[in-house]
Design a binder for this molecule. Structure first.
Ligand SMILES: Nc1nc2c(c(=O)[nH]1)N[C@H]1C(S)=C(S)[C@@H](COP(=O)(O)O)O[C@H]1N2
Ligand SMILES: [Mo]
Length: 249
């Protein structure tokens, strides 16, 4: 008898759903976590250890299922969320505004050319436009339009060692995050210059942010200041406080 064919993408979607539910449950109910790990909920170190283990496991599963060829959904212009929400770890009144003519992107780590980049250098490259959904773990999502240079193109220009594990992003508002190389090379991962067909406004990360529609909001750094290619685990602002590192959306 012939074996039935299996739709691998369907299985992957279902696995992600199960995995996410598992993640949520274990994060939200300490009781459930205690049961899973077989430890008392007042035993903080073992709860921490169990949670770290679960997070490490889900990061691993997410990385395994991630494919450079699988694209995030794109939307039409009429579906754009207006006004688009602002979010940062501080209030909107405290936004830092960069002098765009003096702004430079610092380049570091496992690359052959560490010279900083100006905005004009990015403007000279081909821009990709995307209308995608940004999902924040705080419980909101919004569809926006961003244009920018593919991170993979930039990595090529600076002679990055793409066998390295991580790309770390530093921001001039003292935020940071980092991603796996596979996601860095994904075609929808872009270094954004324009939002809604105009220069990226201060609220949304001027003069440059990185848009990664395959990842949750906190993995999309605004106010970009530096890019570093590295093999040592870089963590990030929210990741260091317990948010899932892979952060797939
Ligand atoms: N530099 C910087 N980038 C950041 C943040 C931040 O506080 N500083 N917050 C993150 C979070 S949690 C979200 S949801 C999005 C919000 O982006 P938006 O203002 O374009 O909606 O930015 C992400 N990138
Ligand atoms: Mo967020």
């Amino acid at each position: 008898m012939k074996r039935p064919t299996i739709d691998r993408s369907l299985i992957a979607t279902e696995l992600r759903r199960i995995e996410r539910r598992f993640m949520l449950k274990s994060a939200l109910s300490l009781g459930g976590l205690a049961m899973l790990s077989g430890c008392a909920i007042d035993d903080e170190p073992s709860v921490e250890k169990a949670l770290a283990k679960i997070m490490g496991f889900t990061d691993h599963v997410q990385a395994m299922m991630f494919s450079r060829n699988r694209l995030a959904r794109e939307f039409s212009t009429s579906q754009i969320t207006r006004p688009f929400p602002f979010n940062a770890y501080y209030d909107q009144e405290e936004i830092r505004v960069a002098d765009e003519s003096r702004w430079r992107l610092e380049v570091g780590g496992l690359v052959s050319d560490k010279r900083p980049w100006s905005l004009a250098q990015f403007r000279a490259l081909e821009l990709q436009r995307q209308i995608t959904r940004h999902i924040c773990v705080e419980g909101w999502s919004a569809i926006g339009s961003w244009s920018g240079v593919r991170l993979s193109t930039f990595l090529q220009h600076i002679g990055a060692d793409t066998r390295a594990k991580y790309v770390k992003f530093g921001c001039f508002d003292d935020y940071s995050t980092s991603i796996d190389m596979e996601t860095a090379l994904h075609p929808q991962t872009i270094m954004v210059l324009d939002f809604d067909d105009a220069s990226l406004p201060p609220a949304y990360g001027a003069p440059m942010k990185v848009r990664i529609p395959t990842k949750l909001g906190y993995k999309n750094p605004k106010y970009l200041a530096s890019v570093e290619v590295t093999n040592s685990f870089p963590g990030g602002y929210w990741e260091d406080q317990g948010y899932d590192w892979f952060g797939g959306s």
